[in-house]
Design a protein around this ligand. Sequence first.
Ligand code: AHR
Length: 351
Amino acid sequence: MKKGSETVKRIIFGHVGACIILLCVVPILFIGHQLFWGFEIKVDQTPAESLEEDLIVVGFSQLGSESGWRTAHTASIQQALTKDAGYFLIFNNARQMQDNQIKAIRSFISQRVDYIVFAPVIEDGWDTVLQEAKDAGIPVIVTDRMVNVQDDSLYTAWIGTDTREEGKRAGRWLETYLEQKQRQTEEINIVVLKGTIGSTAEIGRTKGFGEIAAQHGNWHILESVTAEFTANKAKEVMRSMLRRYPEMDVLISQNDDMTMGAIEAMQEAGVSYGEGGDVTVISFDATRDALELVKEGRINVDVECNPVQGAYVAEIIQKLEDKELVEKRYVVEENIFTRENAAADLGKRTY
Ligand code: AHR
């Protein structure tokens, strides 16, 4: 009897316990997921509401949420394509996977959205799905990174940044800096943290910086390693490079998130960096957090990559709605920040 009642207790408390755990854990997991990935409308949701309100339906495939820059880019599109402005926006986060973007675009086509906007994770591999969008008569606006397609008519317009010029700006800044320090004839050892291989930002910045580096026989790129534009990966990669290249003079980090990770690794290793330090730090993006470090002299220079592209996307769509011609390429304006001008810009910075 005693044994039986203990079994009953175990069953009852076991079930009650399991229910309590489920009731606590499931909402925590749900909230955690929403906080981490952001609230989003599922790609297969039917935009019935848009029909009732006569809204322009836009499917937006964002490549991921890997960086602070990306968050700002997503916000810029969402703030431009609001209901008040006449849009019904279907958002999908591809989590840095091209397959997810292709699925999202196909889903937008099957929902017969009015426009597809997308930020491609890499340049290659879009011909088939963009041909499907073209066959369905849906204009495609590419934003941020570029696509490498055989036929340019597969997309209507591209709005983004000149990443090759960004790379050149970094190289030209280093030239001037070394001259000012009278180190222009010294052997200069450089390591590079690259972004996602095959993405426009990685291709352009590598090429642009490489063109300037090629003019200096004393600049040595010891190693270029991808850290996927993320801080965590960069910290790992940088730890290993610091061990292998104690002679490192310059770090080129292709975005601010990776720079933050690399800085943590240098701090851990007791390596001095930034103004007056052993490692000169060159970064890209110029987000608010990074500009604070530029102001403090912990990042020597930050080459801007402007994520505020939403208004241009809305302008392009509006022109297309009005049957006006649109430019094929729109390049946003960008700056370069050092300790001299970072503080002045911080006050008005939106990202
Ligand atoms: O394509 C733009 C790049 O992608 C930004 O430099 C980077 O921060 C982002 O992840």
